[in-house]
Design a protein around this ligand. Sequence first.
Ligand SMILES: [Zn+2]
Length: 220
Amino acid sequence: MQIVDLRGKLLTHKTKRYSTRKESDIRSIAIHHSLTVSGSPEAFATYHVNTNGWPGIAYPYVIQRDGTIYKCHDHNVVTYHVGNSNKHALGICLVGDFRTQHPTTEQYAAAIWLVRKLQQELSNAKEVKGHSQYPGYSWKACPVISMDKFIADLVNGVQKGDDEELKLTDYQWKVLSLNIQKLLDQKVITDVKWLEKVQLRTLTNSELNWLNNVVVMRLT
Ligand SMILES: [Zn+2]
């Protein structure tokens, strides 16, 4: 996992500063989503400073949809993210609006990895809670994902989904799509579902293996 250090590099307020605490004051790790379909630490910092008038970005950590982890503050900085609980909570924000999106596989795995690492480093950070589980925030749709599942995954490890997920680059998906189109044109295969699956990027490893097998058989 990759942590990109943005401490001291993001926009801060001209005069206001966040207060500090001892790391031992941190009792919980708070999970947020950004409530925006896309975003970045830079964008959140700008919004929190210029629109909200806060001293700096609210999140010590931001996890991008590609799984990159950004560290934005030292752990002893008390940022604004869970109201009265700020002093005792460390916030992690996953980029995305989880009312309409899911965390990506990479992003979710990065979040699990980061929380594990933080809990090893911060011995008093025993609890892991969603934003809405903090006092006064039950109305808040944050982070929407199931925290029961998150905690189970934290303990048990993320289910690996066997070999199912096919990890290809944009270019590889494009080539695969062109190749399948060719096979359809040449009537080596006839089921257009194959092309649909590639276009939707839902084709799995075992399906691709099966397809390879079929194609090899029909061409020999
Ligand atoms: Zn939140």
